[in-house]
Ligand binder design. Structure first.
Ligand code: ATP
Length: 274
């Protein structure tokens, strides 16, 4: 017997998103078109999560996990233009990191698409630096990995050390002796040593102090001028307001608002304080 489709489901099935409109006077760098991202997870989420029910399942031999899907990004569309610095805000689990990973090409769309003009670089909290190596070695390897020549790396080295502004002597210590803030500063300093077509920064500035944030803001402005577009995920709304010319507000995987920092942050603040 066929299953009835309720009205909400019908609307979803028949929903045809409006086409993405590109401003012909500006240079598009990233086009996200009705993007859907789903994670496949293995678990028994449909059943009760109590100890008794887990034991019952085990005794009945039904502990085999089932596959379920988490629909993390649900029909997001926008266009980022050359010179845009876009803040992505939203509550925990609203899909911000997932969206950035998809723009970076690290997660395949379930449906919809992401088109980028140039190479995206994702700078995340856990960006790959080698914990056992010194800051010095990480700068050299990081620069070479980003495609700088050995001569360019030599040229940039001092600038990176200065920008990171680590405590005296720490550049010669292994990174596993760094605080999380120090690690984040070094990561950002390395990443910003070259221009990126699309630079995606996921919470990487969160642990910096006020002075470092001011320096980062200036650096992002510089990167914006030379790069294609910069995306910044941050929970600190003041950082987003200071750094970005545009903000996307995500909620439950959907785009609630796309506008200036003033209007989007005001609407978001009102919504979360209700
Ligand atoms: N690797 C994963 N496997 C399965 N589900 C995931 C995975 N990563 C994220 N999710 C789920 O996708 C949804 C969006 O998560 P995401 O990390 O993108 O949110 P976020 O807005 O960046 O959150 P936060 O502000 O807490 O960092 C959440 O429901 C989360 O549980």
């Amino acid at each position: 017997m066929g299953r009835g489709v309720d009205v909400a489901e019908k609307e979803q099935v028949n929903h045809v998103p409006p086409p993405v409109v590109i401003d012909p006077t500006r240079q598009p760098i990233v086009v996200v078109d009705d993007l859907h991202i789903k994670y496949k997870v293995y678990g028994t989420v449909k059943e009760k999560g109590t100890g008794a029910s887990a034991l019952g399942r085990l005794l009945r031999g039904r502990s085999r996990p089932q596959m379920t899907e988490i629909h993390a990004v649900r029909g997001v569309s926008f266009v980022a233009y050359k010179g845009d610095a876009i803040g992505v805000i939203g509550t925990n689990g609203s899909g911000k990191s997932t969206l950035l990973k998809a723009v970076a090409g690290l997660l395949p769309p379930a449906t919809g698409g992401v088109f980028t003009d140039g190479q995206p670089s994702l700078l995340g909290v856990g960006a790959a630096l080698m914990k056992d190596l010194t800051g010095e070695r990480n700068i050299i390897l990081g620069c070479l990995a980003m495609g700088l020549t050995p001569d360019e790396t030599k040229e940039k080295y001092q600038e990176i050390v200065q920008f990171a502004g680590l405590r005296k002597g720490f550049i010669k210590y292994p990174m596993n002796t760094y605080s999380s803030g120090m690690g984040a500063r070094l990561r950002f300093a390395i990443a910003s040593a070259r221009t990126h077509d699309v630079l995606l920064i996921d919470e990487a500035l969160a642990t910096g102090d006020a002075k470092f944030r001011r320096r980062s803001k200036r650096k992002i402005e510089e990167l914006r001028k030379n790069a294609g577009a910069v995306f910044l995920v941050a929970h600190q709304l003041d950082v987003v307001a200071e750094t970005c010319n545009r903000v996307l507000w995500l909620d439950d995987g959907q785009l609630v608002m796309d506008g200036t920092p003033e209007e989007v942050i005001a609407a978001y603040t009102e919504a979360i304080n209700k």
